[in-house]
Design a protein around this ligand. Structure first.
Ligand code: ATP
Ligand code: MG
Length: 437
C-alpha cells in the first residue's frame, strides 16, 4: 500500500539545499541557448495521447511501454509528456509560428514522465532541457546545434562527454536498409523479445534500440544504415562532418545510434558520459524533417536535442565541476521586546527593498535562540536590538565570519548597513583578484 509520506517510485524531491545548483544550471542553459537565438517556449505538461502516438511513433518503447496515459473526466485520452518535441511542434502549428520568420528557434526546461524501471540516471519523472529549430535543411544547422551542446559543456565546465554521431538516412534510403535489416533479423527471430518479434516487420530499426539483453545480443553484426545512405543523405553527413572539423569539435562515428523516437531522419547524435554508469547518454538529438508534415503542417525541415538534467548534474558532479555558492543571508536582526521587534521588521523591510537578504524573528524565540538560528543560516552579519539599543540609538553589528564588531547609529541604519555590506562584497572581490591594485 502507498505510504502517505513516500513519493511515488521513480520520482525525486528537489530540496532547498540543492535547488541553487539547478537554478544555476538552468540559467546557464537558457543563457547559452539565447546566444544562439533561442527563446523559451512553455507548453502543457499533458497532451492528447494521439499526439505522442503519431510523433514519437507507436512502435517505440516510449509509446508501447513507458507512457503515463489516463482518461480524464471528459473521457479524453490524455498523456503526461514523455518528451518535449511533440508538444512544441503541436504548439508551433496551432499558433501559426511556422508561417512567421524562419528559422524558428525555441528551447525549454521541462519535467517529463516515463514509466520505466527506476535506477541511477533513470527516473519516472525527470527533467529535460531541449531545443528545437524549424526551417533549415542544410547541414550548417546540424553543426550549429551540436556547437550549442559544445558551448553548453564549456559554460558548465562539463567534462568527459563524447560526441557520438550517425546518420539514419531519409524515408527513401531507409527502405533499402530495412529490407537488409529484416533479412538479418529474420534469421535471428527466435532470439528476440516478444515486442521486437511483433515490431520487426513494421519498424525493424526499433529492434536495434531495444534494451533487452537478448535483443542486444541478437543484433550484433547487423547491417548499418551508413552503408545504405542515398546520395543526398551521404552528402549531408559529409557536410556536417566538415563543419564540425571547422569548429574543432571531435566526434566518433557510431553506427549503433538509432535514437528511441521514430521521428528522426538523417543526423542523429548523442553526448555520452564514460563515468556515470550504464545510463550514460546525457544529450540525444538529431533531425526530424518529416515530423511537422506528419502532424498536419507544411513540409518543414527541423532538428533539435534534449538533455537529461539529472544525468547532466550527475556528470558535472562526477567531473568535479564547480557550482556557485548559495546566496547567504546578509543580515539577521535579533530582537527582544515588542518595540525592538517592530524596529527589526522595519529595518529588514528597508534592506530587502535595497536588494539585501535580511531576516528577523517570527517565532517568538529568545535572543540566544535567535542567534543560534542566525548561525545555522550562515548569516554574514547579525545585530541585536532591545530597549537599550532603542534608547541609546545605536547597536552593534557583528561580522559572523571573523567576529569583528561595528557600532552603528540607528539613525541612517539602512545606509550604514548598506555600506557595510557593499564593503564586504567589495573586499571579497579584492581578495579573489589580488592582481587589482
Ligand atoms: P535512454 O536510451 O537512456 O533510455 P532515450 O533515448 O530514451 O534514453 P531520449 O528520449 O533521447 O532518451 O531523451 C533525451 C535525454 O533525456 C536522454 O539522453 C537522457 O539524458 C534523458 N532521459 C531519458 N529518459 C530518462 C529517464 N527515464 N530518466 C532520466 N533521464 C532520462
Ligand atoms: Mg529510453
Amino acid at each position: 500500500m502507498a505510504v502517505l509520506t513516500n513519493a511515488p517510485r521513480g520520482t525525486q524531491d528537489l530540496l532547498p539545499a540543492q535547488s541553487g545548483r539547478w537554478q544555476y544550471v538552468e540559467n546557464a542553459l537558457l543563457r547559452t541557448a539565447e546566444l544562439f537565438g533561442f527563446h523559451e517556449i512553455r507548453t502543457p505538461v499533458f497532451e492528447h495521447t494521439e499526439l505522442f502516438q503519431r510523433s514519437v511513433g507507436d512502435t517505440t518503447d516510449v509509446v508501447q511501454k513507458e507512457m503515463y496515459t489516463f482518461e480524464d473526466k471528459g473521457r479524453r485520452s490524455i498523456t503526461l509528456r514523455p518528451e518535449g518535441t511533440a508538444g512544441v511542434v503541436r504548439a508551433a502549428l496551432q499558433n501559426g509560428l511556422l508561417g512567421g520568420a524562419l528559422p524558428l528557434r525555441c528551447c525549454y526546461v521541462i519535467p517529463c514522465f516515463r514509466y520505466e524501471k527506476p535506477q541511477a540516471g533513470r527516473l519516472r519523472e525527470f527533467h529535460q532541457f531541449g531545443v528545437e529549430v524549424f526551417g533549415p535543411s542544410s547541414f550548417d544547422a546540424d553543426a550549429e546545434l551540436i556547437s550549442l551542446c559544445y558551448e553548453i559543456c564549456g559554460a558548465l565546465e562539463l567534462k568527459g562527454l563524447k560526441l557520438h554521431l550517425n546518420s539514419i538516412g531519409c524515408k527513401e534510403c531507409r527502405q533499402r536498409y530495412y529490407e537488409a535489416l529484416r533479412a538479418f533479423l529474420r534469421e535471428r527471430e527466435s532470439g528476440l523479445c516478444d515486442t521486437c518479434k511483433s515490431r520487426m516487420a513494421k519498424n525493424p530499426m526499433r529492434v536495434l534500440d531495444c534494451k533487452s539483453p537478448e535483443c542486444q545480443q541478437a543484433v550484433k553484426g547487423a547491417p548499418v544504415m551508413l552503408d545504405y545512405l542515398c546520395e543526398d543523405c551521404a552528402a549531408h553527413f559529409e557536410g556536417l562532418k566538415r563543419r564540425l572539423s571547422l569548429l574543432h569539435i571531435d566526434y566518433v562515428i557510431d553506427p549503433r545510434i538509432v535514437r528511441g523516437l521514430d521521428y528522426y531522419t538523417r543526423t542523429v547524435f548523442e553526448f555520452v558520459s564514460e563515468t556515470i554508469g550504464a545510463q550514460g547518454t546525457v544529450i540525444g538529438g538529431g533531425r526530424y524533417d518529416g515530423l511537422v508534415q506528419e502532424l498536419g503542417g507544411a513540409p518543414t525541415p527541423a532538428l533539435g536535442f534534449a538533455m537529461g538534467l539529472e544525468r547532466l548534474l550527475m556528470q558535472m558532479e562526477a567531473s568535479g565541476a564547480e557550482f556557485p555558492e548559495a546566496n547567504r543571508c546578509d543580515l539577521y536582526i535579533a530582537s527582544t521586546g515588542e518595540a525592538a521587534q517592530q524596529k527589526a521588521l522595519e529595518l529588514c523591510t528597508a534592506l530587502r527593498q535595497e536588494g539585501f537578504i535580511a531576516e528577523c524573528d517570527c517565532m517568538g524565540r529568545s535572543v540566544k535562540a535567535q542567534m543560534k538560528y542566525a548561525g545555522k543560516l550562515g548569516a554574514r552579519y547579525s545585530a541585536v536590538l532591545g530597549d537599550n539599543e532603542l534608547q541609546s540609538g545605536g547597536c552593534t553589528v557583528k561580522n559572523m565570519d571573523d567576529g569583528s564588531e561595528h557600532t552603528l547609529s540607528l539613525d541612517g541604519f539602512t545606509d550604514s548597513i548598506y555600506r557595510l555590506l557593499l564593503e564586504g562584497v567589495y573586499n571579497g572581490i579584492i581578495d579573489a583578484e589580488p592582481a587589482i591594485k
